[in-house]
Design a protein around this ligand. Sequence first.
Ligand SMILES: Cc1cc2nc3c(=O)[nH]c(=O)nc-3n(C[C@H](O)[C@H](O)[C@H](O)COP(=O)(O)O)c2cc1C
Length: 327
Amino acid sequence: MVDMQTRYLGLDLQNPIVVSSCGLTGTAKGIHQCVEAGAGAVVVKSLFEEQIDAEIDEGRETGELSVHPEASEYLEQMGKQLGPSDYLSLIAQAKAENSVPIIASVNCITGEWWVNYARQLEKAGADAIELNVSLMPRSRGDSSETIEKRYLAVVESVRKRVSIPVSVKIGPYFTSLPALAHALCNAGTHGLVLFNRFYQLDIDIDARVVTPGYQFSTVHEIYQPLRWISILRDQVSCDLAGSTGVHTGKEAVKLLLAGATAVQICSTIYTNGLQQIGTILGELESWMEHHGYQSLDQFRGSITQASSGNPAAFERLQYIKALTGIN
Ligand SMILES: Cc1cc2nc3c(=O)[nH]c(=O)nc-3n(C[C@H](O)[C@H](O)[C@H](O)COP(=O)(O)O)c2cc1C
């Protein structure tokens, strides 16, 4: 019998498999089903900054969105579906019904005005808050420095108001992830979730209109979080949760070997059903037994880039081999 307990964001989890923020975690029933299926923790579906905006200040102009009537209308409807007060009730109910940590999630773009709401999430019983900071640079006027400062401002504002742990879910597109990750951890972030999978854009070539891309990940998308967790593990002090591309126990093992504290899953549950949580746990357990490990700490972070000699030279060589076809 192996012990899969882990400590993520200072919270005790029975196992490292966390259901990430998605439609499945947007209702009390869905959250409970994830827990029953074996999840070590659940991140609740994000509340969008614009939803908080809609309820607490109906007259507010939401910058970029206010010039898109369709977007505003959609957000207004979303706000009515699950507004901030409903969200607080959902957190409270999820806490009352489940024994695993319940992590609230806010999808935000600024750190300015909504952060008092973070305090209410804490009061409602959230064990931690995951900030899904969605800042997509679109203009040549958006410098790396400006964008990164906004990430830090969001974290600093929220950290000032709550005493529960705060994690930040980021995308992979930064000039220097080690520098940003280090700055976020220094600003008091307890954990980084690597990575968010942004909304994918496609184009319908017959209708010649923009359409949504495929919304679920594939197993091949694991390489990006894997690379960055293995690079960052020895350089930052906060927890690292792997996200995007975990479809089976194999990807979970890889992320743990690279140094992940926890592993988030979403697409695989949509495509394989809730029982996939148990399947992944079973595969992780079998792998640990096969290799003689009794606990995660015995192998976690044992294959980081720092531990593998000269990783930059190794990676460069593999890249040249792949591109030249010379083995
Ligand atoms: C239908 C759906 C809804 C999602 N909603 C959210 C959300 O509200 N907040 C968030 O941070 N991520 C959201 N995500 C992203 C997932 O949490 C996750 O980061 C992403 O799907 C990559 O992980 P995966 O490869 O395990 O699917 C959503 C994903 C899907 C498929």
